[in-house]
Structure formats: structure tokens, C-alpha cells
Design a protein around this ligand. Sequence first.
Ligand code: PMP
Length: 370
Amino acid sequence: MNGYFDHNATTPLHPAARESWLRASEKHWHNPSSLYRDAGLASQQLESARERLRSLIGAEAERIVFTSGATESNNALFATLPPDAVVLISSIEHPSVREAARRRNVVEIPVNADGLVDPDAVKVLISTKRPALVSLMAANNESGALQPWREIAAICRENGVLFHTDAVQWLGKLDSSHLGECDYITGSAHKFGGTKGCGFLVLPREDSRLGFIRGGPQETGRRAGTENYPAIEAMVTSLETITSQLGKVQSRLRDDFIASMRTHFDPLRVISESAPRLWNTVLMVMPAHDNLKWLTRLSRRGFSISTGSACSSGREGSSVVVTALGASAEELKRVVRISSGWDTTAEEWQALAAAFAEVHEELIRGGRPL
Ligand code: PMP
């Protein structure tokens, strides 16, 4: 029984990624910038990984820059904009977008009651604020709500505005082949079975020479530093493997879990319930008890869940999404997030619902274990 329900925070290393990381580390550990034959082979492998990523996300290989992860990618993107640039960002972006954008002239795009950005509201803000860039995540890390990023990418294109999507939670969970329609794309390997410390940033065609980490000429001068080829190979292999198996994942397991929870808990508020959501994610406001109580007691039973997103102190803090939806401080303390993996079974989902019911019994008896 696997009780890990925090895949939106990080995922275990995929066996295919592990194997390709080992092979790359043993065979192609040479510096891809060196001039001898073995280094040339490492460089060829690196370029072939870039090409394979191109075919998965539909963005030209020349636009892809490998980075240390999504936080670096999001910071790099905002660092390259002029200080007085007006940027529209949604009110539910990850802290690595919100904090990095803070140094620019930020206008927030609100979300509706379903936790979704309204394309018409973006149109109005584009015509009144004349932004240089619009940034909207593809899928929300807390609620799983799928944002209308393709529609907004098209609106931005029509208006000559650059569009960025943080696709960290979308990649590996849904078809990513249209992401290349966005000018900038952020991805992070450890969210889909790759290693920590590896990711990418896709840049628009016209500023593909922009250098955001200065030093050597790696990544055509855009991001200096010896490329982590084994991690890049593992990232691309994992994304390929997971993408080829996406037909097997089912949102029915998540919906059955919610139905079981409702037999025990009333009312149970599921955030963005009527919106299209990731098949693996449930963000709930529990009817009673602090989320840390739920978390610790479920953890003792072998289940790992989360209380929302990461806050600036690096610990789990209150939910950005539930805050954006105008919840009270008291409600915020009852928020829990469940995020399953690619192999999570119906039995594991149902065991989690049963564990919630058991913890509830325990808590109403004054916290004494059953
Ligand atoms: N964006 C989103 C939507 C995320 O969920 C995360 C990870 N929680 C990040 C960015 C940051 O990713 P990393 O920690 O790999 O830099």
C-alpha cells in the first residue's frame, strides 16, 4: 500500500529516469563543451535530449534552455524584463512567479469563484494596462484547476503581448504538445519523475540569445554553467515514458474518493469542483479540525498529504488559492491538498478516505488514538 499523496510537491524518481540517469552518468559524464571525441558524444546526446523534448512540448529546440528547475526559470524570465515593464500575473501563481515578478510593475488578474482566470478580463486588462507580458500557470498546483492558457496565449498573440505559462503541474499529467504556442514555458523535472535540480525555460524566438546566467558559452550563451546532461536525459526519458501512458490515468478514482469523503463529512468544500481539474488533485476545506492535525495523524497512518502550497519561509503555509477566493483565516486552517501519482490505485484512494474518517473519530474523542 502506497500512501504517498503529495505528488504535486515532488514525485519519486521514475524507474526509466533512474536507468537513463545511470547510463548517462556512466557513459557520457564528460563535459559537453570539451573538444575531444567523448565530450562531443556527450554534447550530441544533450542535443538529442533537447530535440526529444521539442517533440513532446511542440517548441523549437533552439528556444529550449535547460535550467536547475522551475524557480530558476521563473526568476530568469522576470529578470530579463525591463524594470518598468508592466506584467499581468494571475492571483494564484506559484511564489516563484509572484516573488520574481515583484521587481516589475505587477497587475494582478483575479480569479472567478471556480478559481479560473476569465479570458475577457485579460482582454480588458491588456487594453487598459498595455502589459509587456502576461503570466498564467497552466494547471494550479493546489486546486489542480486547468487555466484557459491556450485561449489566453492566442489573445496575447493577437495583441502583440508576450505570454508565459508555468507548466510545472501540467507537464507529465496532460498532453503537452501544444505548449509551444506560448512564448515562455517553465518546467521542472522532479514533478514528473525526474531528478531534483533540473528543469527548463522555453524562450520566445526573437530573444533566444538572452543571457540570464553569465559565464561560459553553454546553452548558446543564455545560461552559463556545465550542463547537467544525466539529469536532463532522465527528465526527458521520464516525460516520454509518462506521456506515453497518460491514456491509463483516470479522474474517476479522484471523484470516487470525493464521493467516499462525502459519506463521512458534511459539508465538504472541494475547491474548483465545477472547473476542469488535474485528474490527480483535490483541494478541500475540511468541515472541522486544523489541517496540521489531519496531516500529522494521517502521517502516523502512513499517508502523506499537504496543507496547501509552500510559503516564503520554506514551510507549508496557507493556501494561495483559497486566500484568492476570499476565505476567512479560520477556513484557511482547514485546507488540505491531496495529489496522487500515476500508479495510485483505487484501493489506495479509498484507504485514504477511510483513514480520514478514522482520524476524525480520533479527534472528536479528544485526540486519543483509536
Ligand atoms: N511552479 C509551480 C506551479 C510549482 O508547483 C512549483 C513547485 N511547487 C514550482 C513552480 C517550483 O518548482 P521547483 O521547486 O522545482 O523550482
